[in-house]
Design a protein around this ligand. Structure first.
Ligand SMILES: [Zn+2]
Length: 82
């Protein structure tokens, strides 16, 4: 029997079969969400996807990512302005 315990990488909730989960892949310049049921593991072998328990956590993860991206952008701008 296959029992895998997945935890949401945003809120830490454990996976139950009832909810639709998502996976997120993020790099420096993009973030991507995909329903876990449609996830093909071999599509992005470079990185381990983050497990996300639902739409709310997708939004939270996206906000985190945007905050990071903004921070990096303003840091870069600071260097160029010299
Ligand atoms: Zn969550």
């Amino acid at each position: 029997m296959e029992v895998t315990t997945l935890e949401c990488d945003v809120c830490g909730e454990q996976k139950s079969d009832k909810e639709e989960w998502f996976v997120a892949i993020s790099t420096v310049d993009m973030i991507r969400f995909c329903p876990a049921s449609e996830w093909a593991n071999d599509r992005w072998v470079v990185r381990k996807p983050e497990d996300i328990c639902g739409q709310d956590c997708c939004h939270r993860r996206l906000s985190q990512w945007l905050d990071e991206a903004n921070r990096k952008r303003s840091a870069n701008r600071g260097q160029e302005g010299r």
